[in-house]
Design a protein around this ligand. Structure first.
Ligand SMILES: Nc1nc2c(ncn2[C@@H]2O[C@H](COP(=O)(O)OP(=O)(O)OP(=O)(O)O)[C@@H](O)[C@H]2O)c(=O)[nH]1
Ligand SMILES: [Mg+2]
Length: 419
């Protein structure tokens, strides 16, 4: 088997997480599969999608699992099949009670298929119960399977979460859950990419919003999220002759590590922009322009891009960009980081012959996000004192996790102020 492309394991949890995962898996099975067929016909590689990409979907709701394209053997149903009503602590207990099933399903779908991943993505909405509550447990089990069993070297293994924030109208419990999710998931990840439903929703034209139902809005947002993350999943693949500039797991890991200031993982967002090509196949917008558009208008949540500590830049297009343009774009971005003091921009370049455009995707690591500050303030105002949540009938939360809303909101606030 040709394993020159870094292998990927992607796990989606809960309704939002599994739907975004499903979009990523479909993209792999269609578009990426075609790219690899072309690469095989050119003798560049012998790789097939199944050789490097594996996905597993987990939910407590059977109906949500049944609508996915992800095959039966890659789905995990835990709990009674009817969801668990937006309570992450309760769901975390269910996940803990099903650790063997989760571990076995991950193992069969990865090691059982010869996949020893260097990239791991965990996708979940943060506002619900199942995805938010089960994802910290899944993150620990992923470590057990790949790190504790010495399947991969931890230095080459990057574990990135993609967390969906609720819409603005989803207040109360959704917002509390979102902070619970970040606080419990972040220590178990290298980085957590925030994708903000409200931010995407505000960018959908008013006429469209007035015409469509919520599932169509979810689909549109999920497609936008896919556009943002897809280059992270293909930048290391042998799809063209010019493969010396890949963005590898260690590049992403080191970008994120550079932004780390505490035991928690690093909060990140992505930014993206694209430009059509002219008759000669060059990008119509300059690369610097594209990078500026990506961080100013194309982010996955509102972000103060100059506050980012480090960044990773992936450029994709039908040919390699001109080196002078590339240098200018990288140095512009680097000069903006750390409030203008400058920072490192790691970069990669994917040449995709079937592309009719140039595209940039930027990971901003350790970046300030006003929505998160707002969430913290709102949850503090809502929960006020250190009153615990109402008791749940079973599945006691493990003793290492604080159960009091006020307590963890305090801890999270302290941590985020030090960011
Ligand atoms: N972007 C996006 N967000 C979604 C989608 N489905 C649900 N959400 C958001 O996710 C949050 C609710 O979480 P869900 O993923 O539905 O919850 P769950 O993980 O299934 O947990 P339960 O509470 O047990 O149902 C809300 O903020 C929704 O707006 C989706 O397909 N795409
Ligand atoms: Mg659900």
């Amino acid at each position: 088997m040709d394993v020159s492309g870094s292998q990927i394991f992607a796990m989606g949890l809960g309704q939002g997480g599994t739907r975004v995962l499903d979009a990523v898996a479909e993209f792999q099975r269609s578009t990426v599969s075609q790219m690899l067929t072309f690469a095989r016909s050119m003798g560049i590689s012998t790789l097939r999608v199944d050789d490097y990409f594996s996905s597993v979907a987990l939910n407590t709701n059977i109906r949500d699992l049944n609508i996915l394209h992800i095959p039966e053997e890659s789905r995990i149903l835990i709990g009674g099949g009817k969801g668990c009503g937006g309570n992450p602590e309760y769901c975390k207990g269910i996940a803990n009670a099903n650790r063997d099933l989760i571990r076995n399903t991950i193992t069969v779908n990865t090691l059982g298929r010869g996949i020893m991943p260097h990239f791991c993505f965990i996708v979940t909405s943060l506002g619900g119960g199942s995805g938010c509550g089960c994802s910290p447990v899944a993150a620990d089990i992923i470590d057990e399977v790949f790190i504790q069993r010495h399947v991969v070297n931890p230095n080459d293994f990057v574990k990135i979460g993609i967390g969906l924030l609720p819409f603005g109208y989803e207040s109360g419990r959704y917002e509390e859950n979102a902070l619970w999710g970040m606080k419990n998931l972040l220590p178990r990840l290298d980085g957590l990419i925030i994708a903000d439903n409200e931010w995407f929703y505000e960018r959908i034209p008013t006429q469209v919003r007035g015409r469509v139902g919520i599932n169509e809005i979810f689909d549109q947002i999920n497609r936008e999220i896919l556009k943002q993350i897809k280059l992270l999943t293909i930048s290391g693949l042998p799809i063209s002759q010019e493969q010396d500039l890949v963005m590898d797991s260690t590049d992403l890991k080191n970008t994120i590590l550079e932004a780390k200031t505490s035991d928690y993982g690093v909060l990140c967002c992505l930014g993206r922009a694209e430009s059509p090509v002219d008759a000669e196949g060059n990008s119509r917008s300059s690369l610097t322009n594209l990078v500026q558009m990506a961080v100013l208008q194309g982010t996955t949540t509102q972000a103060v891009y100059t506050s980012a500590r480090s960044a990773a830049l992936i450029v994709a297009g039908p040919s390699s960009p001109k080196v002078s343009e590339l240098h200018e774009a990288i140095s512009w971005l680097g000069s903006q980081l750390n409030d203008g003091a400058g920072g490192t921009v790691r970069w990669g370049n994917a040449v995709i012959s079937s592309y009719d455009r140039f595209e940039v995707v930027i990971l901003l690591a350790g970046v300030e996000m006003p929505r998160i500050k707002d969430l913290i303030t709102r949850v503090k105002a809502m929960t006020g004192s250190n009153e615990p949540r109402e008791e749940q009938p079973s599945y006691e939360p493990p003793p290492d996790e604080p159960t009091s809303q006020g307590e963890w909101a305090d801890q999270f606030q302290q941590w985020s102020q030090n960011q």
